[in-house]
Write a protein that binds this ligand. Structure first.
Ligand SMILES: Cc1cc2nc3c(=O)[nH]c(=O)nc-3n(C[C@H](O)[C@H](O)[C@H](O)COP(=O)(O)OP(=O)(O)OC[C@H]3O[C@@H](n4cnc5c(N)ncnc54)[C@H](O)[C@@H]3O)c2cc1C
Length: 643
């Protein structure tokens, strides 16, 4: 066996998880080898040409605040920017950007190549080298080996990947790319449970064969807002997306061909993503719906290839084309590539510690789709977290743990390692019990301190982040000090439309000679007399960036709710941090329910909070766990008291 040298850290797979893991570890000063099967597929978007979306956008901004790259790359290759969910409360506003896929790959690769301490290697990892349960390297397909202290495995949908179109199956992790062989078997030999999942993708079509006049335009926001806290300005010529829909003819065609879909013939064993169903699943599960929305999105600026969001399918190719031509605007469409489903191996994530290191093998970390998630953003978030913790381990520093009240990233990791997943997991705002604290607009406030401790932001970025936080503080002070006279405002703008007047009305009539009292902007925001839109147009605040003012206004307007959530956090954190030693799970634990005992012994959580969230643990079990935790705390404090 020839040795290919040694690196403290090896990352397997340059997808969204692997790129974040390698970059952040290198930023922390750890030498990294990023080994991937094709350097031309670095950061490839296997499916939709977009970053962000509901709750996913929150993850991207948290990755950014901690020093990760996805948000910056999304700004660099972004071709349309939108804030989703604006019609609902600010806790669920979510940034999303359409991306030029080819350019995104290009700028990520350029970023990796100019990252000091990050070494790119084109090779396939086929196994792990261990000695007495400790990992010390990886084996490559060409028979060589690379020694290391830690490995982060991020193989995505490639482990024994198998693609399906109708009754055709092809081995591969993604169209045109070979599967990854050997890793699943090696993990199984090391004692890991390895199961099967599936996901799918829609056909791609030719721009010149689309009749956009029969669709509804879907423009980006004006002005567009950058994803990254460190993008000072965004000067982008935004492209248009379009909206159309399936018809009863589409649904009839699908229903009469279900027997030819591998999903329904039983050929596909893996469980698919509930919240990203194929169009076959939609037609079967929501039979009462007359149509389903379909978004037509360009794959980039310099290609005529278009993506059909919402039409993932593995029906036979000829059926896919007939199906497309039942959709308004696609009557003459030409299909460039068929949609397909891909099955792949994954490792149930309850086999991981909260640092994403595996329980069974020290120094072996798993991140991304291999842990049962689906989505570029969920993968990138795990890659960042595993990269940070692997680097800390190599540097002999304490691991990073985040609380569910600090970040969606923490919710993601905790859900995976405490609850596990039987189907592809994706993030939702409803997954976070403290979502009003975890808004997309305050990620930098929540995580800047962590980034400073880790050293993952350079001096310029730190200065810019502190400048933005200071600016927000100034905006908040102005909201509490600037006073306005509502009547004067209303009379001065008497000719404004009803909507504007409605937003500044004081809400009560006044005696003719009674002097209208002035109120602060904060007061008017809180009692609903002043809308967020009206506030953003006030001249007194004209020198503040809209995003800064908006974030300050949200904090002011929802102050009461935020204070209540912080009190809930204080109560929960008391138990959250009650430690449970690993030896506890060997005890009889007769006070716990049988199911709670079984589940807890399998997952072996380290804190009462994590234990209480394990599925099958009842509130009565949780109360017993608090007693165990308190007992442990007393033992620890006695042991620490000098005799
Ligand atoms: C057909 C398809 C449809 C999808 N549809 C959706 C969707 O609708 N919505 C959604 O959110 N997500 C979807 N995904 C999933 C999305 O692509 C993944 O969530 C995301 O890319 C996962 O990132 P990752 O870093 O874990 O893995 P990937 O991005 O898949 O990257 C894995 C990388 O590891 C490399 N690799 C694998 N094994 C080895 C090895 N042994 N040695 C060296 N390198 C290796 C691969 O070449 C690849 O570059 C889809 C994926 C596919 C393939």
């Amino acid at each position: 066996m020839s040795a290919r040298g040694r690196y403290p850290l090896i990352v397997v797979g340059a997808g969204h998880a692997g790129c974040e893991a390698a970059c952040i570890a290198a930023a922390m000063g750890v030498e990294v080898a990023l080994v991937t099967m094709s350097l031309d597929a670095i950061a490839q978007m296997s499916c939709n040409p977009a970053i962000g979306g509901l709750a996913k956008g929150h993850l991207v901004r948290e990755i950014d605040a901690l020093g990760g790259i996805m948000a910056r790359m999304a700004d660099g290759a972004g071709i349309q920017f939108k804030m989703l969910n604006r019609a609902r409360g600010p806790a669920v506003w979510s940034p999303r950007a359409q991306e030029d896929k080819a350019f995104y790959r290009e700028i990520v690769r350029a970023r990796l190549e100019r990252t000091p301490g990050l070494n790119l290697l084109q090779a396939q990892v086929t196994g792990f080298l261990t000695r007495q349960g400790r990992l010390h390297g990886v084996a490559l397909k060409d028979g060589s080996e690379v020694e290391c202290d830690a490995v982060i495995v991020t193989p995505g949908t490639f482990m024994n990947g198998l693609m399906h179109v109708g009754d055709r199956t092809v081995a591969g992790g993604r169209v045109g790319e070979a599967p990854s062989r050997g890793l699943s078997e090696c993990l199984a030999e090391l004692g890991f449970r390895v199961l099967r999942l599936k996901t799918g993708t829609p056909p791609r079509i030719h721009r010149d064969s689309i009749d956009f006049t029969r669709m509804t335009e879907q423009p980006g926001d004006d002005p567009p807002r950058p994803f990254s806290h460190f993008t000072r300005s965004l000067d982008v010529d935004q492209i248009m997306c379009h909206l159309t829909h399936t018809t009863s003819a589409t649904h009839d065609l699908i229903r009469s061909n279900l027997h030819r879909s591998p999903l329904y013939t039983g050929k596909i064993r893996g469980i698919g993503p509930r919240y990203c169903p194929s169009i076959e699943d939609k037609v079967v599960r929501f039979a009462e719906k007359a149509s389903h929305q379909i978004f037509i999105e360009p794959e980039g600026r310099r290609t005529h290839e278009f993506y059909i969001n919402g039409l993932s399918t593995s029906l036979p190719e000829e059926i896919q084309l007939r199906m497309l031509r039942t959709i308004p605007g696609l009557e003459e469409v030409e299909m460039i590539r068929p949609g397909y489903a891909v099955e792949y191996d994954f490792v149930p994530p309850t086999q991981l510690l909260p640092t994403l290191e595996t329980r069974a093998v020290g120094g072996l970390y798993l991140a991304g789709q291999i842990n049962g998630t689906s989505g570029y953003e969920e993968a990138a978030a795990q890659g960042l977290f595993a990269g940070i913790n692997a680097a800390l381990r190599i540097q002999g520093r304490a691991p990073m743990r985040l609380g569910r009240e600090e970040a969606y990233l923490a919710v993601l990791i905790d859900d995976l390692v405490s609850k596990g997943t039987e189907e592809p997991y994706r993030m939702f705002t409803s997954s976070a019990e403290y979502r009003l604290l975890l808004r997309q607009d305050n990620a930098i406030d929540r995580l800047l301190g962590r980034a400073r401790e880790l050293g993952t932001l350079d001096a310029d970025d730190l200065a810019l982040a502190e400048e933005r936080i200071a600016e927000r503080g100034r905006a908040t002070r102005l909201l509490h000090t600037v006073k306005i006279n509502l009547e004067e405002t209303v009379s001065r703008s008497a000719d404004t439309d009803e909507t504007h007047r409605g937003s500044t009305r004081s809400g009560r009539d006044r005696a003719p000679n009674e002097k209208p009292d002035a109120s602060t902007l904060a007061h008017l925001l809180c009692n609903g007399s002043l809308s967020l839109e009206a506030l953003l147009d006030r001249t007194e605040l004209a020198d503040l960036a809209r995003e800064t003012l908006e974030s300050a206004a949200i904090e002011v307007r929802y102050e009461g709710y935020i204070r209540r959530q912080r009190r809930e956090v204080e109560r929960a954190v008391r138990y959250e941090n009650l430690q449970l030693v690993d030896s506890l799970w060997e005890e009889p634990l007769l006070e716990l329910s049988r199911e709670g005992r079984e589940k807890l012994r399998k997952i072996r959580p380290g804190t009462v909070g994590q234990a209480a969230r394990v599925p099958g643990v009842s509130p009565a079990d949780a109360a017993v766990l608090v007693i165990y935790g308190e007992r442990e705390r007393r033992r620890a404090s006695l042991a620490a008291t000098p005799s």
